[in-house]
Design a protein around this ligand. Structure first.
Ligand code: NDP
Length: 313
């Protein structure tokens, strides 16, 4: 097996590297790509990458990703760039006779109006939230392409659907980043500048978080073993949902922050919950052990403090 990982230099890419390092197999070769290896929105550059590496397996992570405000003001860019990226990578997988391709979707592309918990069968049951419709429709089309490539060419292309991901090598930008890396950066500032730690919103919303290195192990399993074309949710269970308030206190404890913690309730909370059901994953891997969130947060905080100068922020 020769596997290439597109977008291999991001948060999830590093999670996969850690998983591969921890479970080395002699008959596997892994190559982790970044945008410096070629712009995958350009078919000629995409083909050149496949011709150079001749992969038998692909994990496709590369994507234009961004926070709420970036999405809201650039829906067309998110739609076009992700459509181009995904179409080029999947078509190259067909042309170069790749045996299996695993792409990465997200729970934030599910219908806006839905019942909870969400599961894999509900992906196309209604329009996504207006704020990120460009990203969402482009990602949903990956599942449509997977089905079409399977029907017409017998290709084994599939996808995974993670919930909120966090870990080392995340984007720790406070304005544009996700909640855990944003809080980690804020606690660093609060600690070094002797200020209060301010959390946006009431802290009451509930979320499921998956540590990037757990997701890495699960995606490597998906590539090696998962037999279906239909997507699979990769997440901790509903019972492991935590409130943002709990997360704030875990981040503060991990950083040994002794100052005040303030919840700024003038800022929006977002959806109260977006619970996802991981029964399909549990059917395949009943004994998989997720890293407890307190431990994952400790590792992420330590990584950010140790790598402050080079971290994306
Ligand atoms: P990052 O932003 O950390 O990394 C994105 C990666 O894609 C980088 O390696 C980047 O390369 C590469 N890339 C971007 N544009 C191009 C391009 N045009 N050509 C080639 N490579 C490109 O993303 P994450 O690791 O957070 O996300 C990985 C996947 O997981 C994505 O598909 C995302 O949609 C999905 N996901 C992420 C979640 C999260 O919470 N982060 C939640 C659910 C799903 P370079 O570093 O060189 O720019």
């Amino acid at each position: 097996m020769k596997a290439i990982v597109t977008g291999g230099t991001g948060l999830v890419g590093y999670g996969i590297r850690a998983a591969v390092e921890a479970d080395k197999r002699e008959d596997e070769e892994w190559v982790f790509l970044s945008s410096a290896d070629g712009d995958l929105t350009d078919m000629a550059q995409c083909e050149a990458i496949f011709a150079r590496h001749k992969p038998t397996h692909v994990i496709h992570l590369a994507a234009r990703v961004g926070g709420l405000f970036d999405n809201m003001s650039h829906n067309l860019d998110f739609l076009r760039q992700n459509m181009l990226l995904n179409m080029n990578v999947l078509e190259c997988c067909r042309k170069f006779e790749v045996k299996k391709c695993v792409s990465c979707l997200s729970t934030c592309i599910f219908p806006d109006k839905t019942t909870y918990p969400i599961d894999e069968t509900m992906l196309h049951n209604g329009p996504p939230h207006d704020s990120n419709f460009g990203y969402s429709f482009a990602k949903r089309m990956v599942d449509v392409f997977d089905r079409a490539y399977h029907e017409q060419h017998g290709c084994h292309f599939t996808s995974v659907i993670p919930t909120n991901i966090y870990g080392p090598h995340d984007n720790f930008n406070i304005q544009g980043g996700h909640v855990i890396p944003g809080l980690i950066h804020k606690v660093y500032k609060a600690k070094t500048q002797g200020e209060a730690l301010t959390c946006w919103g009431s802290g009451s919303p509930l979320r499921q978080f998956v540590f990037s290195e757990d997701l890495g192990r699960l995606m490597v399993w998906t590539l090696r073993e998962y037999p279906e074309i239909d997507p699979i949710i990769l997440s901790v269970g509903e019972e492991d949902e935590v409130s943002i308030r709990d997360v704030v206190h875990m981040v503060a404890r991990a950083a040994d922050f002794q100052g005040d913690i303030v919840f700024d309730t003038t800022k929006a909370d977002g959806q109260f919950k977006k619970t996802a059901n991981n029964a399909k994953l549990r059917k395949y891997l009943p004994d998989f052990k997720f890293t407890p969130i307190e431990e994952g947060i400790k590792k992420s905080v330590k990584w950010f403090f140790d790598n402050y100068d080079s971290a994306r922020k």
